[in-house]
Write a protein that binds this ligand. Structure first.
Ligand SMILES: Cc1ncc(COP(=O)(O)O)c(C=O)c1O
Length: 436
């Protein structure tokens, strides 16, 4: 094992041996290299005459660039757009995002969290976490409805098993007994369990209520307190898009951070969905755990392992994208702009709800619970294959939806204009009538 990895492991073992145990084999071996990057960083500080370290090109003291390229970037200097960003992400953005996590999640106040490490979108965040914390022999606990790419990342690529609980009960909320049973079952077989929570949820568009969030976190804390190492990954991709009062409008991360020695809380979020900048690919990984005393060195060790993993995959996320996200957050209009977009999506969600109350739809489908995010789903009550209906709606009416399972359709109301919402559901009804 590399001596730097050993040093990081020693810090974790001393400060919280359970967190060390939770690392995968790759995670235990990961470190942030001191090679070229560290020497370049040192030179950046001290090489005032000639700095011939870093592998970019310069000219007359400035970053070499093609004017044809910079012409499109306008306000962001080549130094902040074309050069490499650190594998950890640019410091100002990490700091600002950390502050925003505290602001958006008041329950974490007074609890120490790591600085977020920047990833190339949340997908890359999940893949990075899979390398760090998941071994092929592990099982990852997920609901029976879930974003399909989890399977690609965790099962197909990593070789871990995915094991499901039933997401919804028949009363319109989360099936807490099914969740608890699955977790306790896994905890009875293993020394470590990995739970992936996703709110607002893809595909259903549901976020836990305040009570459900409390129940979920109490179960997680209890299992950890009873002696199982518990890793909880909160995929908060659609964070903030909460449209109803009783919803828990924070991440469950904030309820479990630092609550047990054996509980590792990880928050995944990003500008992709939350700030409507999908293709910029800016995501974040943030840790929340309990350490004996030295939170600074312990989080630093976790951040170094995470950045080491990034160094060994994509090296670093786009500097230009990070600068754009940073400048946008610093812009005085940022919050009001986000508020405006929230209102548009919230209005659509409420219109979907009121449209679905029409009795003409009652016998053909029921909606899964939804109160947040980009999506909602319907479950067909008629005996028609959802995929067949999807193809029919596309071919005959030019309407595109996502089918999954034998009787479910997902509607992304995030990309349907308000005036088209009633039209959309009428076309789905028409499509069903055509096929029955
Ligand atoms: C639940 C969930 N997690 C993660 C992602 C991926 O997000 P990103 O575009 O940031 O990689 C998606 C995108 O569809 C998603 O629905």
């Amino acid at each position: 094992m590399n001596p730097i990895a050993e040093q990081l492991n020693e810090i974790l073992k001393k400060e919280n041996p359970y967190i060390f145990e939770m690392l995968s084999n790759i995670g235990k071996n990961l470190f942030f290299p001191k090679g070229i990057l560290a020497q370049s960083a040192e030179a950046k500080q001290k090489a005032h005459k000639i700095n011939a370290t870093i592998g970019i090109a310069t000219e007359k003291g400035r970053t070499m660039h093609l004017p044809s390229m910079m012409g499109y970037i306008n306000d962001i200097k080549p130094e902040d757009s074309l050069t490499y960003a650190p594998s950890f992400g640019i410091p100002a953005l990490r700091k600002l995002w950390q502050e925003s996590i505290y602001t958006k999640n008041p329950s974490i106040s007074g609890t120490s969290i790591s600085l977020p490490v920047v990833t190339c979108g949340i997908t890359h965040g999940i893949a990075t976490l899979a390398d760090l914390w998941v071994d092929p022999s592990d099982a990852v606990i997920l609901p029976d409805m879930m974003w399909g790419n989890y399977n690609m990342i965790l099962n197909v690529r990593k070789g871990a098993t995915i094991t499901n609980y039933q997401l919804f009960d028949d009363k319109g909320g989360i099936n807490i007994p099914s969740f608890e049973k699955k977790l306790r079952e896994e905890a009875s077989k293993k020394t470590k369990i990995i739970v992936l929570l996703n709110f607002p949820h893809n595909p259903s568009g549901y976020t836990a209520s305040k009570n459900e969030a409390k129940e979920i976190s109490n179960i997680l804390i209890d299992i950890a307190e009873k002696g199982t190492n518990v890793i909880v990954i909160c995929d908060d991709s659609y964070f903030g898009l909460f449209y109803e009062e009783e919803t828990f409008k924070e991440s469950i991360f904030s309820l479990i951070c630092g609550k047990s020695d054996r509980l590792l809380a990880i928050k995944l979020d990003g500008a992709t969905k939350e700030n409507f900048a999908w293709g910029l690919r800016v995501g974040f990984i943030t840790y929340g755990c309990k350490f004996k005393s030295d939170y600074g060195s312990s989080y630093d060790a976790l951040e170094r392992k995470t950045a080491g993993c990034i160094r060994g995959t994509i090296s670093n996320a786009s500097h230009l994208s990070q600068s754009i996200v940073l400048k946008s957050i610093q812009n005085k209009n940022y919050l009001s702009e986000k508020g405006e977009k929230f209102e548009i999506l919230s209005k659509r969600a409420h219109l979907v709800k009121s449209t679905l109350l029409n009795p003409k739809y009652k016998d053909v489908w029921e909606a899964y619970p939804f109160n947040s995010g980009y999506f909602m789903c319907i479950k067909l009550k008629v005996n028609i294959d959802a995929e067949k209906l999807r193809v029919h709606l596309l071919d005959k009416y030019g309407v595109g939806l996502i089918s999954f399972g034998k009787d479910n359709l997902r509607v992304a109301f995030s990309s349907v204009e308000e005036e088209d919402i009633p039209v959309l559901f009428d076309i789905i009804l028409q499509g069903i009538n055509d096929l029955t």
